[in-house]
Design a protein around this ligand. Structure first.
Ligand code: WT7
Length: 649
């Protein structure tokens, strides 16, 4: 095993220190987290109850009665002390397009936008959907919402009209903040045009604010639409408006945001996170997992539209008063030179990315980053999918100079922040393994019948026994679904839906989802959502989408499709279907292969047998284990012979 102890002093010094603090966090969660809440956050009123929990009803409350504001904690308190400090270095799709935003700028701009929203009668508890490019206006809009207590709901800017419309409806949005368009590899994507299609489904939405990004000449609907810059200019010119809008004081348990994630059914789940617990968890994990100090420059490559971008692109770094990098360009295919330039130019010290991106960088040559000075790098992190030891080693050698610790962090939209992760000061780090629970997390692995596995290296499903501040509180508008999805499988535990195993040293390894969620290039896609998009085509009768292993993407996306009678099984139709799914959901929903079939294997109760389809897609099918449960065993032969290659680029 390589020497993987961090050469940099870390807040958790060593294994003994970790174990001592971990023990305390499990034995006395309320006391432990109360100390952290005092340390990491600024409160305007002390909480009454540290922790309330009821696993059966899935009710969890941290610091109820405590008052604070997320924007104040992220921006004002730093701007008061060092307004000139850079909050964001931003780089556009085109390299010469750059912007530097200080904490003072962030305060001014988010406060002004907050004033605009307030003037439009948007306030505490109202939902505001943000459908934006990766520009600084996105965190600014999040902070503006937080300032007035509105609940932001960021919809990934590469989603298409259908995905946006579903989310607008699902969260009952009162306002939408978007842009005229976004750049993608030099081309313009017309965001506002997509938004217009989606807005047809939400006639009651009162306000649309449009940021100018690509200079499209648009005519806005004067009854509810305004340009961002014009609205802000008008507010700034109004002598009755205070220069800085005082932040609304929020209860720790008030929702801060909703973020949609794919589940096992077609309707995405609106995961709700709070002002108090989420912020605390974001602040502390950023500090401890990434070993940050005030001079660090943090680059989380995830789009702000994902939870990783929320927690480690916006809230965590800002709460710690750090400088972050935001890059507008898309990571696929990654332009190694661009990554090298940004890492060097801004002296990035923490680089947090995905195994997919690392694999793709590794593919572009042995040492594509060799020409760059990466000596500022201190900690490397990955998230979203398994990190193989091969990729780990490449990252360690080529970016980490053989000395930077790599934190392979495991978590989910629902967990708010990292729950299983190595810590830089605590060795040894094992290539490819997720390692240890973060403070306050008590993991348990259960076998098929719900018993805790006893021996090492036994597979089971990962659950968590303790409540922690960053955990989701509900699914917006559907608490019953929240209970069913996460708390009904095993009473008293949070159910992750990930398979895992623990080795003899107590290190955890994540094996992958046990439900119907596909993790392709670190993007979480619901098979039901993909199938629904395919079914929109008039010639498609039925579709089943599975995720066989893929060397670059982690999982590929493979669709079995039954066409309507007499429809032609052509390559042109395949291309059309692939395009349709991308248009409906967005380019991340990229189907690698389509296989025409006449029938799908189903159980006698009519459920599609996805695990068998997955093996057929992967080419590892060697006979159905129990054909008695299959309604029509004969379908398998046709399926196997019709297999198509999904690995071809
Ligand atoms: C799913 C959550 C949380 C940020 C990224 C994605 C998978 C996450 C790891 C890891 C193996 C991982 C799990 C999880 N996952 N991190 N280190 N090793 N798998 O958030 O979209 O909510 O997806 O990503 O399957 O359940 P998300």
């Amino acid at each position: 095993m390589p020497e993987t102890r961090s050469p940099f002093p870390a807040p958790v010094r060593d294994r003994t220190d970790y174990l001592r603090r971990y023990q305390r966090s499990i034995e006395d969660p309320e006391g432990f987290w109360a100390e952290q809440a005092d340390h990491y956050l600024t409160w305007s009123r002390k909480w009454k109850t540290g922790l309330f929990h009821d696993f059966e009803q899935a009710r969890f409350e941290w610091f109820r009665g405590g008052m604070l504001n997320a924007a104040y904690n992220c921006v004002d308190r730093h701007a008061e002390k060092h307004g000139e400090k850079v909050a964001y270095f931003w780089q556009g799709d085109r390299p010469n397009d750059t912007r530097t935003v200080t904490y003072a700028d962030l305060l001014e701009e988010s406060s002004r936008l907050a004033t605009v929203l307030k003037a439009k009668h948007i306030g505490k508890g109202d939902r505001v959907v943000l459908y934006m490019p990766m520009i600084v206006e996105l965190p600014i809009a999040m902070l503006a919402c937080a300032r007035i207590g509105a609940i932001h709901c960021v919809v990934f800017g590469e989603y298409g009209p259908m995905a946006l419309a579903n989310r607008l409806v699902e969260c009952q949005a009162k306002a939408l903040i978007t842009a005229d368009g976004r750049y993608r590899d030099g081309l313009v994507v017309p965001l506002k045009k997509y938004a217009d299609q989606a807005l047809k489904r939400v006639p009651d939405l009162t306000t649309v604010i449009v940021c100018r990004r690509v200079g499209l000449d648009l005519t806005l609907d004067p009854t509810r639409e305004v340009w961002w810059d014009e609205a802000v200019a008008a507010i700034s010119a109004d002598p009755h408006q205070p220069p800085t809008l005082p932040p609304e004081q929020m209860d720790a348990e008030d929702p801060l945001f909703i973020l949609f994630t794919s589940g096992t059914t077609g309707v995405p789940k609106g995961i709700v996170h709070t002002h108090g617990g989420y912020l605390l968890y974001a602040a502390m994990t950023t500090h401890i997992v990434f070993n940050v100090t005030p001079d660090d420059v943090f680059w989380c490559t995830a789009d702000v539209g994902w939870i990783t971008g929320h927690t480690y692109g916006v809230y965590g770094p800002l709460l710690n008063g750090l400088t972050s990098v935001i890059y507008e360009g898309t990571p696929d295919p990654p332009n190694a030179d661009r990554y090298g330039t940004i890492l060097q130019q801004y002296k990035v010290s923490t680089f947090y990315t995905t195994p997919t991106l690392v694999r793709a960088l590794a593919k572009s040559g042995d040492a594509p980053l060799a020409p760059y000075d990466l000596s500022a790098l201190k900690v490397l992190g990955t998230v979203g999918e398994a990190l193989s030891s091969k990729t780990w080693n490449w990252l360690h050698r080529h970016l980490g100079r053989g000395i930077c610790p790599i934190v392979n962090t495991y978590w989910q939209t629902e967990t708010g922040g990292c729950v299983l992760t190595p810590l830089p000061g605590v060795g040894p780090l094992k290539p490819g393994v997720g390692t240890l629970p973060f403070f306050g997390i008590d993991p348990v692995i259960l076998d098929d019948i719900g018993q805790e596995v006893t021996g090492p290296d036994q597979d089971g499903v990962l659950c968590i026994r303790t409540p922690w501040p960053g955990m989701a509180r509900t699914i917006y508008g559907d608490h019953e679904r929240f209970i069913n999805a996460y708390f009904s499988q095993v009473p008293g535990l949070y159910f992750t839906a990930d398979g895992a195993r623990k080795d003899k040293d107590g290190y955890y390894r994540i094996i992958g989802r046990i439900d119907e969620v596909i993790n392709s290039s670190g993007n979480r896609l619901g098979s039901a959502e993909l199938e629904a998009a395919l079914m929109l085509h008039p010639l498609v009768a039925e579709a089943a989408v599975v995720g066989p292993p893929h060397p670059i993407k982690g999982q590929g996306v493979y669709a079995f499709i039954i066409l309507k009678k007499d429809a032609p099984q052509t390559e042109a139709l395949k291309t059309e279907l692939i395009k349709q799914v991308q248009a409906e959901i967005g380019p991340i929903a990229s189907i690698d292969a389509i296989q025409w079939v006449d029938a799908l294997p189903k159980t006698r109760s009519g459920k599609i047998m996805r695990h068998l389809l997955n093996r057929i897609a992967a080419g590892t099918y060697d006979g159905a284990p129990d054909l008695s449960v299959v309604s029509d065993p004969g379908v398998f032969d046709h399926l196997v012979t019709g297999h198509v290659d999904y690995l071809e680029p």
